[in-house]
Design a protein around this ligand. Structure first.
Ligand SMILES: [Zn+2]
Length: 204
């Protein structure tokens, strides 16, 4: 088979680096870009540039944001007595879509996975502990921590690890209900399922 011209191969190779994109999809995307009008590809390039330039991790909760602290952390209407711990920023979006949760968040950016060599050190747990530290009067404003990691092996292991770590500090630790299909990702939970998972959370 003849190879494509080098710039095309380069583009296919770059698309192949994206999660969930195999060779065929990469090829399809590359040819879409080739055929697309210049304005469309300019918008794509600009969107990528903008997100890389403007989006940072919130220094408090690790969520993706264009202002630090993020809108959830600085929002006056948020309930500061509860923190919902999630694996990825898109899990936060799934919970926010229910419009039922008004507390704060903490994004771990992953889950424990011995197989993939991801231990507690690789997750953003340190700044969660900092957030829970008591104030001068010896109290923490946080009362409850909801563990909303994914209902799969890695998410469960992460929830158990955090429960063991945080429970002795005197917080109410809850786990979202497993109305969610086991082995699934919160990313795919619809709003009703997600709402039920939150509403039926149980203490661990
Ligand atoms: Zn934040």
């Amino acid at each position: 088979m003849l190879d494509y011209a080098e710039p095309v191969t380069k583009l296919i190779d770059e698309f192949k680096r994206l999660p969930g994109i195999g060779h065929k999809s990469a090829q399809r995307l590359a040819f879409h870009v080739l055929k697309a009008p210049q304005e469309e590809t300019d918008r794509l390039i600009e969107a990528i540039r903008e997100v890389k330039e403007k989006i940072v991790f919130c220094s408090t909760c690790n969520n993706l944001t264009d202002v630090d602290p993020c809108r959830y952390c600085s929002g006056h209407s948020r309930d500061r007595s509860v923190i919902c711990v999630v694996e990825e920023p898109y899990n936060l979006v799934a919970i926010e879509k229910t419009r039922e949760y008004h507390g704060l968040y903490h994004v771990l950016h992953g889950a424990l996975s011995p197989i993939r060599g991801i231990g507690p050190e690789e997750l953003r747990i340190k700044n969660l502990l900092e957030r829970l530290r008591p104030n001068e009067s010896g109290e923490s404003s946080v009362k409850e921590i909801i563990l909303a990691t994914n209902p799969n092996t890695e998410g469960e292991a992460t929830a158990n690890y955090l429960a063991r770590l945080l429970k002795p500090l005197g917080f109410r630790i809850t786990r979202i209900a497993m109305g969610l299909p086991v082995g699934s990702d919160l990313e795919y939970a619809d709003e009703v399922t997600m709402h039920k998972a939150l509403a039926n959370r149980h203490e661990i």
